[in-house]
Design a protein around this ligand. Structure first.
Ligand code: XIL
Length: 265
């Protein structure tokens, strides 16, 4: 019915993308749907390339390091290699916040303390000066939630201190605790102290047409919001499979939410 990416870009935005992986691209109908509709791709799992520093899906030899110098070296060298190899295409720190707005317990925070953030970002900036460096996290979907407020305050502090953070990416796994109507105000808060922001992993429980248009319009109406990445193509392959949260059904057919986006964009 439309190219979502082209329609979104016509409003001055950078991309409307999706997530996929090697296996999914060579089976089913994802590849054609992606070519027809999306202008950016996040590797959903292979190399976990949407992030360079994350507490999860981490090899045990890294999560078991207790020595500060050793962990700094390992983190720095990983960032240098990844950002160097995929210049301009990768994010930096994923899910470092806890639900109360403070730091999540992770090998990076536990061993290196808060300084790991500045170290990660300065290393990334040096390794790939044109790469967009993002802080990515979930449950940033309501302006009144402690985690949203904690992240906004921390980002403000780091940016003021010169930490090279380009953007914040609210993942936007929606349809859980907060009403979708909170999304525009939440986006305003998380985008406040950085030069750009993006919804990085959008999916919505039940995928109602009005929920999708509310979420995508929140980015559309926020000048700093440069892009939206929908977290997968078909409900069949979604990590929230039981909730049918995507734009294409289990048979790869465009859903009502897809048509609604074509209409509003
Ligand atoms: C998820 C993938 O979609 C799943 O296939 C995998 O089993 C677990 O990871 N936040 C993130 C993503 O940053 O990397 C996660 O992706 C979803 C939550």
């Amino acid at each position: 019915k439309c190219s979502l990416d082209a329609a979104f870009k016509a409003h001055g935005k950078k991309y409307l993308g999706t997530a996929s992986d090697r296996g999914l691209l060579s089976s089913g109908q994802s590849a054609q749907i992606i070519k027809d509709n999306f202008g950016q791709l996040t590797p959903e799992n292979s190399m976990k390339g949407h992030t360079t520093v994350w507490h999860s899906q981490l090899p045990t030899w890294v999560s078991s390091i207790t020595d500060k110098t050793k962990l700094s070296e390992v983190m720095v060298s990983h960032i240098q290699k990844l950002i160097g190899a995929y210049k301009g295409k990768v994010y930096v720190v994923n899910e470092m916040f806890a639900e109360d707005g403070g730091f999540r317990s992770s090998v990076f925070y536990n061993v290196l303390g808060e300084d790991f953030v500045a170290l990660a970002f300065t290393t990334a900036r040096a390794a790939g000066p044109t790469a967009k460096l993002y802080i990515n996290d979930y449950n940033l979907d309501s302006p009144s939630y402690a985690k949203t407020k904690g992240l906004a305050a921390a980002v403000k502090k780091w940016v003021a201190a010169g930490v090279p953070i380009d953007g914040v990416g609210p993942q936007s796994h929606l349809g859980g605790t907060w009403p979708i109507s909170d999304v525009p105000a939440a986006l305003k808060l998380v985008c406040a102290n950085v030069s750009e922001c993006a919804m990085t992993e959008l999916d919505i429980k039940g995928a109602s047409a009005s929920d999708y248009t509310t979420a995508v319009k929140a980015c559309l109406n926020k000048e700093k919001c440069v892009g939206v990445t929908v977290w997968g193509v078909s409900d069949k392959d979604s990590w929230r499979k039981g909730e049918n949260p995507l734009l294409f059904n289990q048979g790869f057919k465009a859903k009502e939410a897809y048509n609604a986006l074509c209409d509003v964009l």
